[in-house]
Write a protein that binds this ligand. Sequence first.
Ligand code: SAH
Length: 354
Amino acid sequence: MQLEIDLTGRRVVVAGDARPSRRIVARYRAAGAEVDLRPSAAACTATVLDGAVLAVVVDPPSGRAGQRPTAARADQAFNALQERCRRSGILLTRETGATDTGAVTLIGGGPGALGLLTLDAVAALREADVVLYDRLAPTDALAQLAPAAELVDVGKLPGHHRVPQAGINELLVSHALAGRHVVRFKGGDPFVFGRGSEELAACLAAQVPCRVVPGVSSAISVPAAAGIPVTHRGVSAMFTVVSGHAPLTEEEHLHLAGLGGTIVVLMGVSTLPQLVAGLARAGMRPEMPVAVVERGYSTSQRTTAGTLSTIVTAAGAARCQSPAVLVIGEVVRVGLELSGGAAQLARLTESLAS
Ligand code: SAH
């Protein structure tokens, strides 16, 4: 059960050692509370509790019990405090403090919809001291999701590397070595064209603990947002996810066209003409349906559909722009039929006939 209490301007007494309590104190301060940190539950006398709405007892991080009064004594002090709080009508909670060593959590933030964040992602953001985020991650709600964190935009607009990759790696490592819990917040899944593995390698090389929280990749979810299934029984039993960052080789065009399954292309708007020409040279039918799905999950999401022979003209006329996911395959027709995209389907059929 999660209780929502407005803590703005309210007194919150936190009982625990300063370092392990640091993040908890920061979180309550970020929620607007006036935090009074006391060294232990026993130190929270009736006078200290006066005027407080909430008391929080911070237990030492696991593995530290040896340096602390025994767990039984801590429980005793907690029980006594519980009684004082009960008498004064003060809420009481117990939390475990964080270790002093920093760590990095690489999070896949999904394609941009808040609802497509994982529970693990939300939990890690809540504990973050600093968040390094990208342009395509769902950033609108970051301030609420990571209330105690410093938010740093390291996003890269295409062609404008705001913070170079080596700089991002260094930032991750240096924040973590300073004892912070760092969240690297990326669009989609961190290991799908996200350079997540390079960041993981940089952390491991610096002996910084690093955990990866996978995300919902745009490769599957953005077609889905447009109603297009990447597989469909009897139509396509495979999908290949390709980067269109640079034009493909002739051999790659041949292999892709020969697979006979769905082709999903990320970062492919600017290389669409080369891809289409290459697939045509490799023998793909000119009637093969193609869709360009721009800005999935935003209010300006748009699908432009055509065929291998018409899509370059259609995308040019519609001024299609990045970010977009391209889908090449018969599943595009299935998707348009399913989502009742009658007008687009008619246009597609027209282009098939011409
Ligand atoms: N790691 C990400 C992909 C990073 S590459 C993932 O798993 O989704 C960036 C590309 O992803 C963009 O150029 C675009 O092709 C695609 N993309 C990401 N989010 C998108 C969105 N909301 N709408 C359309 N395309 C998106």
